[in-house]
Design a protein around this ligand. Structure first.
Ligand SMILES: [Ca+2]
Length: 305
């Protein structure tokens, strides 16, 4: 059963992402951005580098049109006085040198271009000409996909729960960890201690928290992002802001033992056999003192898709 669930969790599909405010090129291996500021060519290159891209090279008519459409869309709203935008190339009068080192295998110069200079594309018709280095133009950049692993909805080592559009990761230590230590570990991994907002999510948290885990010398088990907000049994919240509507407390919990139990742990199946009646406790919740030494915690973050 567990094997089947993990196979399901790991199943994804390939979706490529371009960074915000950019569009795919025609080959699907790069993203075009047009920046809505006017600048000299030298500064244009620096701006592109600052967003991990190059001043754009163009290798076919499709890309030229994609860039033109993007430039008209961006500049029409932001910089209506612009007449052309920088590409990432220099024309010496006979050949093109692209700034990204790619081959000069396509041109779209207007007729009658004379002299040398950096290449601009005209907004009116997409044709190219050259401009002096110190003219102020908007610029186009080309970069690689933001997502290096386009087939993964979650980062490496995170479990994908497709139906919840969420990624989960166990943080743990054989020496145990307090709630604060689990909280810190989740945040440094880019997530947050998980909320549990449905029976399905509770099942997933239990599955993940017990995979290859044994209690050993650690007395308590799995931290979540539940924290007490007041003295009453219903006074709880999830630190990720999810509504605290679903609950599945163990028998007699939350009991606020000694008046210091302010953090929410799950009795997972590694406690099997520890109770008089396992069904009253296993996969259910307990309030626990936050400095208790627990085996692990489950972190969550939103999946990319
Ligand atoms: Ca308790």
């Amino acid at each position: 059963m567990r094997f089947l669930i993990l196979v399901f969790l790991f199943t994804g599909f390939c979706v490529a992402f371009c960074p915000k405010n950019s569009v795919n090129n025609s080959q699907g291996d790069g993203c075009f951005s047009v920046l809505e500021l006017a600048t000299t060519y030298a500064r244009a290159e620096e701006y592109c580098e600052s967003i991990n891209s190059f001043a754009a090279s163009v290798h076919n008519a499709f890309d030229n049109q994609i860039l033109l459409d993007r430039a008209r869309y961006v500049l029409g709203a932001q910089l209506p006085s612009a007449d052309a935008f920088w590409l990432g190339g220099y024309y010496d009068g006979s050949t093109i040198r692209w700034a990204d080192g790619s081959p000069a295998d396509y041109t779209n110069f207007m007729t009658g271009v004379n002299g040398s200079g950096n290449i601009v594309a005209q907004l009116q018709d997409g044709k190219w000409r050259v401009a002096a280095w110190n003219e102020q133009k908007p610029l186009a950049c080309v970069g690689k996909y933001e997502s290096v692993q386009c087939d993964a909805p979650c980062d490496t080592e995170w479990f994908y729960a497709k139906q919840l559009k969420a990624c989960y990761k166990v943080v743990g230590s054989t020496n145990g960890m307090t709630w604060n230590e689990a909280d810190t570990a989740c945040r440094s991994a880019g997530g947050i201690l998980t909320s549990i907002t449905s029976d399905e999510e509770n099942r997933i948290v239990n599955e993940i928290a017990t995979t290859n885990m044994k209690l050993g010398k650690v007395e308590w088990q799995t931290w979540t992002g539940g924290v007490r907000t007041g003295p009453n049994p219903q006074d709880w919240r999830w630190i990720d802001g999810a509504p605290f509507n679903f609950t599945t407390w163990a028998l007699g919990q939350p009991d606020d033992g000694k008046g210091i139990q302010n953090c929410l742990q799950v009795y997972t199946s590694v406690f099997s056999g520890e109770f008089k009646n396992d069904a009253d406790y296993l996969t259910k919740w307990d309030d626990l003192q936050c400095d208790a030494n627990s085996l692990n915690g489950v972190c969550k973050k939103v999946a990319k898709y």
